[in-house]
Design a binder for this molecule. Structure first.
Ligand code: OAD
Length: 232
């Protein structure tokens, strides 16, 4: 059972060149969330939704993990079996940095799923509304990402873990999207030490015992080193 649970958000991938959602120039200042991140938006205009995720998939493929992703992979490798990484990010930068115990609660850009039968398969670089599902042949291919109004993945495993961890860290997330925004309060109620690592104080800053503010590529490696020093 993991002793350390880390929740990451878009801020950890910002320095890899992937946009956040709610910062100045964030994705939700350029696109309407209702158009590209809801089942209703997909029904109305699947081509627009595919274009949005095709562009994000291309950005992700061109990006590389930064020092923060690498530090979290080192933490897991140094403390085997003790670290659970839960990410809201749909990029694959944690895995490419070497993290293995990763739950992608909002799904994965690099996977496709069938909106009808929910078969999943590796995503092609470009998806189109007319692509058939390889299992049921319906033209209902979509990115395997969780949209607003849909149930995030792995919730049972996350809910169980959050009750048992000793350290909970949230990195690069604004604390505005549920259920992830509730994890810190749940961990703290269960007795965990909760630390926020973010560029600025988040919406739910008061839920944390400790705050480390700054760019993830600096503050995450420092925090990982402090955890490793304390674990010796
Ligand atoms: P947000 O865009 O809401 O928040 C990003 C956070 O990262 C902000 O608090 C920034 O201050 C911080 N940040 C930015 N650059 C940083 C850096 N270099 N180092 C450290 N922190 C930095 O992104 P999320 O909280 O991940 O869901 O958003 C949560 C969910 O909302 C996403 O998974 C997505 C979105 O709508 C869906 O699409 C379902």
């Amino acid at each position: 059972m993991a002793r350390i649970m880390i929740l990451t958000g878009a801020g950890i991938s910002a320095e890899s060149g992937l946009g956040t959602f709610r910062d100045k120039d964030g994705l939700w200042t350029k696109y309407r969330l209702e158009d590209v991140a809801t089942p209703q938006g997909f029904r109305r205009n699947p081509a627009q939704v595919h274009a949005f995720y095709n562009a994000r998939r291309a950005n992700c493929a061109a990006a590389a993990p930064n020092a923060a992703h690498v530090a979290l992979a080192r933490l897991e490798a140094t403390l085997p079996g003790q670290v659970l990484l839960v990410t809201q990010n749909v990029d694959d930068l944690h895995q490419r940095a070497g993290s293995q115990n990763v739950l992608q609660m909002h799904g994965a850009l690099m996977r496709a799923t069938c909106h009808t039968c929910r078969h999943t398969w590796p995503a092609p670089a470009e998806m189109q509304p007319t692509d058939p599902c390889p299992a049921c042949a319906r033209k209902a291919t979509r990115p395997d990402v969780v949209w607003f109004g849909e149930m995030p993945y792995h919730m049972d495993a996350i809910a169980e873990a959050v009750e048992r961890v000793e350290i909970f860290a949230a990195i690069g997330t604004s604390g505005q999207v549920w259920p992830a925004a509730g994890f810190a309060a749940a961990a703290r109620r269960a007795g965990a030490h909760c630390v926020e690592l973010n560029m600025e104080r988040s919406e739910i800053s008061e839920e944390f015992n400790e705050h480390r503010l700054g760019p993830a590529s600096s503050i995450v490696p420092e925090w990982v080193q402090d955890i490793l020093n304390a674990s010796r």
